[in-house]
Structure formats: C-alpha cells, structure tokens
Ligand binder design. Sequence first.
Ligand SMILES: [Zn+2]
Length: 300
Amino acid sequence: MRNFCRALISGAMVFALSMTMSFSNTADGSEKHIGKAVETLPLFDAHIHYKEPAWGPYPPATVLQLMDKSGVAMALVSSTPDEGTIKLWKYAPSRIVPELRPYHGEAGSSNWTKAPDMFDYLMKRLNTYPHEGIGEFHLHSVDPSDEALLAKIAELAKSKNLYIHVHSGKEPVDLLFSLEPELKIIWAHAGMSEPAETVETMMATYETLYADTSYREGDILTPDGTIDPAWRRVLERFPDRFMVGSDTWVNEQWDSYQEIMAENRKWLGQFPRPIAEKFAYKNAERLFGRKVENRLIGKR
Ligand SMILES: [Zn+2]
C-alpha cells in the first residue's frame, strides 16, 4: 500500500497541491495549513522496533543517524527481543522512550499469550528497566482463554501507569477496556485495517484511547495526494489522540526510513499548524511527559 502510494505521488505533486490548498484556504478565510513549514517540526516516532535482525546492519549509531536525518527527535521503541530496546535506550537515553514487548524466545505475535511464565517475564523486565508501556503486542482475535493473562497485564499497566500498545482490530480493544476501563491504550496503526469511521467511534467511546498512524499513510493520503475526507474528520475531531510512526518491523522499513517519515510530513503538511504539531510531537510530549525539541537531534 505504501509503495503503491509512493509510486503514485511525486513529491512535486504533493508540494503543488499543498500550496494550492494553503492558498485557497487563506483566500476563503479558513485556517491555513502548515504546508512546507512542516519540514521544520521535530517528529516523535511512536512506532519503532529494533529487532534482532537489525542489530548488525543498523547499529544504534546508524539508527540515531537515520532519526536525525528525518528530524525525528524522539521515539517510542519496542523490540523482539526486548534487549534491542534496551540497547537503543542505553545508547541514546534522551531520545528513546522504551516499552516492553512480550515477544522473546519462542513467544511471538501469534502465541505469546500462551507462553508459560509470560507474566513473570514481563514483571522481571519491568522491574529492571524503565519501560513506559507494554507492547506493541498483537491480539489477532478475542480468545477467552487469554483473558486471565490480559486481565493481569491490564491491572499491572494501570498500577504502574503504563501504556498498552496493541496491534488489533476493534474487538480486542473493547475487551481490554472492559477488563480495566482506566487503561491508557495506544492503538497500533490506528486499528490497522479498521475503517476511519470505526476509529472515530472508538475514539468517541474511550477517552484514554490513543493511536499511532504507522502504515496508515496510504489510507490518510488519497492517490492524488490530498487527505481522505473520512480520515480528516476523525483526525480533526480528535487532534489530541494521534501520533505518527514508522513501524520498523523488518529491515526494509529501516532501508526506507527517510522516505517513510517524509511521507508522514506530506500528510501532516495538509493540516493547520496547531493540529500538525500535535500529531508530529506535542501529543507525545503530553503522553510521555517529555520535551520533544529539534535541539535533541544529533545528541544522545
Ligand atoms: Zn509494530
């Protein structure tokens, strides 16, 4: 989907479109889009993984250089296994917000809820390192046999004031909030394949539901490079809930990291400055209690 869009949308075309739209918006008196000035905003990447296959070709210094080149001041990082997250956090503690992914050893996206000792593993890691969330983990469906573990995780997240970062459709998010209504959930990829209308309903239902928009650039941007109307509606109705992200789940995503973040700036550029700033970094500042600034770029 992303490559499809990339092929269709040339940078020049998007630039021309955003300039036209900025002009017409100014002309009719409505709020001006941030346009090209989006390039000057620091970004908070709310969906980075630093998985084992990346450690060789993309050592921590290289990852930070990629972030620097894309104006990414800070990132929320989770990894398979968690050692990757800790490696990156130790290298650049002022740039990395760690969260704990359950996957390790034989426990992966499809079977982690069945792994014996999973809860003990999570407790041990959380007691050792300063993770600020649990995830990103997958819940492919609602499985009643998972509920006992998920209830314990939800209770743990609430007691330690941690975010839950879940890659799932609507139903598992409903389940998590039913287990613990005060949870703070970051919905990975804004529901991934859920339509904008469902995302809007979910945001209206749950006040502490947030989302990263990784892998959604091709949904938010139409093939002609404008913003999809249903996505504009939900993004503008809930400007305090969304954060951009890359999702470096395979090394190919690291290979095209700069293009991915550039594509995020393409859609951010078509929103008024106050909203674009929230999606780019201000929501993350509020959620994680950090200052996300350009002066962090180039530092560790
Ligand atoms: Zn992911």
